[in-house]
Design a protein around this ligand. Structure first.
Ligand SMILES: *Cc1c(COP(=O)(O)O)cnc(C)c1O
Length: 373
């Protein structure tokens, strides 16, 4: 029988919606090119199918975090430009060359290793303009500028990363942009070398931030780019589970591990075949809700590894039967809202989607095949 019939929890990825979100970002972005951040297996969604769909939609440049992610992505995207954000700290120069991956250099030491082993080969450069995370800080940029090393290094791009771009009013944004533009000037980065500053949220800042290349990830999956503003992105992810059992319970019954929920009236509890092993964060116990036939049903009791329980007392009986599908994430129960109920962000929710889920990919307009794994 098809996987959808036997699986209890199903992740449906709408590739057409992801491509639609890519188009929204392209329309919004005033620079040259919208590249794609595809790290952590496309935020847990699946780098191979997502990457292939975006390639068909015209994306040509991709960013991953590690060498191994780059090697894996190279298999599905033989002709794409793939840049590795962790650079040479994530693996040997020989493998970057073998798989035609661009390291992003985060230090002078990495530049020197590259110049020694891969002379004349292009690489990216990451400048730290205020996150104190990855890239070269100001003093190292100054040392690099005066060293003359860049004369021997063809630059594929120069990048920096904004720490607060989901808060348009945060003054750190303009400070980082100005530092980045100034650092590029100090390094005498040639005009033809693209500069990249913004990810998803930065695409929604004013065009002075855009520069040449954007590197969005999260917005492709429908995560809202700007805190406290209406979300312009389309939902692309559905996580659904099946009702395994239905219980009629008395007032005063308790539900689940630790008996953390006590019924205040007689009612019905439905047990769903999805738990924290599937990515339903345990923090959603007694907090989240799911949608049954478009109606909200609160999560009651703790989330367990393979199961969760919802109160369906107020729902009409016919919609609530063993075998009925309920939405844990989906239209009306968006990633951001579910994440907020769990005290986290959509990024973490997505990257925790579990390996046991049955994954289905709804075809984008340009792909020949239907659902592919
Ligand atoms: C993760 C990441 C991105 C993508 O960020 P989103 O907010 O998901 O669009 C871009 N650039 C760097 C350096 C990153 O680490």
């Amino acid at each position: 029988m098809p996987a959808a019939d036997r699986a209890t929890a199903v992740l449906t990825v709408d590739l057409a919606a992801i491509v639609g979100n890519f188009r929204i970002l392209q329309r919004r972005f005033s620079g040259r090119e919208v590249a794609i951040s595809l790290k952590a297996d496309a935020y847990g969604v699946g780098a191979a199918p997502v990457g292939a769909a975006l390639w068909r939609a015209g994306a040509r440049r991709f960013f991953v975090a590690t060498l191994d992610e780059g090697i894996a992505l190279r298999r599905s995207l033989p002709s794409a430009s793939i840049a590795v954000l962790h650079g040479l700290t994530s693996g040997p120069v020989a493998e970057f060359l073998h798989y035609d991956l661009l390291p992003v250099h985060n230090s002078i030491a990495e530049i020197d290793a590259w110049l020694a082993e891969a002379p004349g080969r292009a690489a990216g450069l990451h400048l730290d303009t205020g996150m104190a995370r990855l890239g070269m800080p100001a003093d190292e940029v100054a040392a690099l500028a005066s060293s003359g090393r860049l004369r021997g290094l063809p630059l594929a791009f120069v990048m920096s990363h904004l720490g607060c771009s989901d808060e348009p009013e945060n003054p750190l944004n303009a400070q980082q942009r100005d530092r980045f533009v100034e650092a590029c000037r100090a390094l005498a980065v040639p005009d033809g070398v693209p500069r990249s500053l913004v990810a998803s949220s930065g695409v929604f800042l004013d065009p002075s931030f855009h520069l040449d290349i954007a590197r969005p990830g999260a917005a492709l999956y429908g995560i809202a780019p700007t805190a406290g503003r209406p979300n312009p992105m389309r939902p692309a992810i559905r996580l659904s589970g099946k009702i395994l059992q239905l219980r009629y319970v008395d007032s005063d019954s308790t539900v689940g591990y630790g008996a953390t929920h006590r019924m205040t009236r007689a009612g019905r509890v439905a047990t769903i075949g999805a738990g924290y092993a599937d990515g339903v964060l345990r923090a959603l116990g007694n907090r989240g809700h799911v949608l049954v036939d478009g109606r909200r049903a609160p999560v009651v009791g703790r989330i367990s590894m393979d199961l969760l329980t919802i109160d369906v007392t107020d729902l009409p009986e016919p919609a609530v039967r063993p075998g009925s599908s309920v939405d844990l994430i989906g239209p009306g129960n968006e990633i951001d809202a579910v994440a907020a109920a769990a005290g986290t962000i959509g990024y973490e929710l997505l990257t925790r989607l579990g390996p046991r889920l049955s994954r289905h990919y709804l075809a984008d307009a340009t792909s020949a095949e239907g659902s592919a794994a």
